[in-house]
Design a protein around this ligand. Structure first.
Ligand code: MRU
Length: 369
């Protein structure tokens, strides 16, 4: 997608030095566009854990490149496969909820172990990392092609008035390699000239909506309004939301959806107000092993200081200030699970389906049985 008219992906290999992976450091947005170089698997693990990169698709792609950097490191030692296995474990341990991380590491290990020599394995690791990234961008583009039809359908009944779409957190191009999942249909509809407007949940505590979704929609010229997380229910009761589209960090093959904390409450409010609630995801975000999302999806608990403090720009400097009484405890459950029955449909790269086992497996028959 474009930033100040220039095309960017969220992660790429440096042109003149293939041992360097470049990322946009998302901790600095929306105030500064900072490009960071990662040169070791430990850099990638730290970048994922500390959220320089975040979002299900992007941390999967970052893990893919992390395994490539680990392969470069392993080439210099003598226990290549052990080093790679340990690197995979390290990357997977950085964040527990988004399944793309494990998916990308396992895809890399399977591919790399087919190589005949260390040099061959390094070449395979680079190709696989690039494939994961290209596929992520392509799948997100296709999610847009399918999802735009839903927006077109709603627009047809609006007599030229804007279609109001509510989204939570950032499932935009910053959360993937390009296009995004939840935002891809929005960009596709906007580019087709459909009149639309996006309600952007600020998404406490890290404010990915206010900082990232608002920034990327603004860069594309999409009309949007940032709202406090708790305003969605009120807007829905007053006919100001036509549909909800969110992303997901892990969706079970039965249709339960883990996404940024607060998503479940939006789904309940949408149900109460008869508003369609869609979840957009590439197939890399399905968990083909877990049946009951509420019981089985691990929910990341992050540093309570993310709740106690808030960060922003003040007189040109990024500052962090304390919000709560000094000694109050805080809890930081980063995700919640929306049960399948609250989800109107899943928008995938293969098309749109209901959030239930039969329909999901019809779209992905290779996972049957
Ligand atoms: O904690 P984050 O920022 O990595 O969480 C990921 C998210 O932004 C959301 O949960 C998103 O809606 C799904 S990721 C495509």
């Amino acid at each position: 997608m474009n930033v100040n008219g220039r095309h960017y992906r969220t992660i790429w290999v440096k042109k003149d030095d293939e041992s360097i992976i470049r990322i946009i450091d998302q901790r600095r947005l929306p105030h500064e566009l900072v490009i960071e170089d990662l040169t070791a698997v430990d850099d990638v693990a730290a970048a994922i854990k500390d959220m320089h990169v975040r979002g299900a698709g992007l941390i999967g792609a970052a893990a893919g490149y992390g395994m490539y950097l680990a392969a470069l490191e392993a080439e210099k030692g003598n226990s290549f496969d052990d080093y790679l296995n340990a690197a995979g474990k390290k990357l997977i341990s950085t964040r527990p909820t988004a399944v793309n991380l494990k998916w990308a590491v396992n895809r890399q290990l399977k591919a790399i172990m087919k190589g005949d020599s260390p040099a061959d394995k390094v070449a395979i690791a680079l190709k696989t990392a690039n494939d994961i990234a290209d596929e992520d961008a392509d799948y997100c583009r296709r999610i847009g092609e399918h999802g735009v039809k839903i927006i077109e359908g709603i627009a047809a009944g609006k007599n030229g008035n804007p279609v109001n779409i509510l989204t939570h957190c950032n499932a935009g191009w910053l959360a993937f390699v390009d296009y995004g999942s939840a935002t891809s249909p929005v960009y596709a509809a906007f580019d087709k000239g459909i009149n639309l407007h996006v309600w952007v949940d600020e998404t406490r505590p890290r404010n990915q909506g206010a900082s990232l979704t608002a920034w990327e929609l603004g860069q594309h010229g999409v009309p949007h309004t940032v709202i406090p997380d708790n305003a969605g229910g009120h807007l829905m009761q007053h006919g100001l939301v036509d549909m909800v589209i969110v992303g997901t960090d892990r969706t079970t093959y039965t249709g339960d959806v883990a996404n940024k904390t607060g998503t479940y409450l939006k789904a309940l409010a949408a149900k109460d107000n008869d508003i369609p609630f869609y979840v957009a995801l590439p197939s890399s975000t399905f968990d083909w092993e877990i049946r009951d999302g509420r019981k089985e999806i691990p929910i990341e608990e992050r540093d309570p200081d993310e709740v106690r403090y808030i960060e922003g720009i003040c007189e040109g400097e990024i500052k962090r200030v304390l919000l709560t009484p000094k000694n109050s405890n805080a809890a930081n459950y980063a995700f919640d699970v929306t049960p399948s029955e609250l989800v109107t449909g899943l928008i995938t790269e293969r098309g749109i389906c209901a959030a239930n086992e039969a329909d999901i497996l019809n779209l992905y028959p290779e996972h049957k049985g």
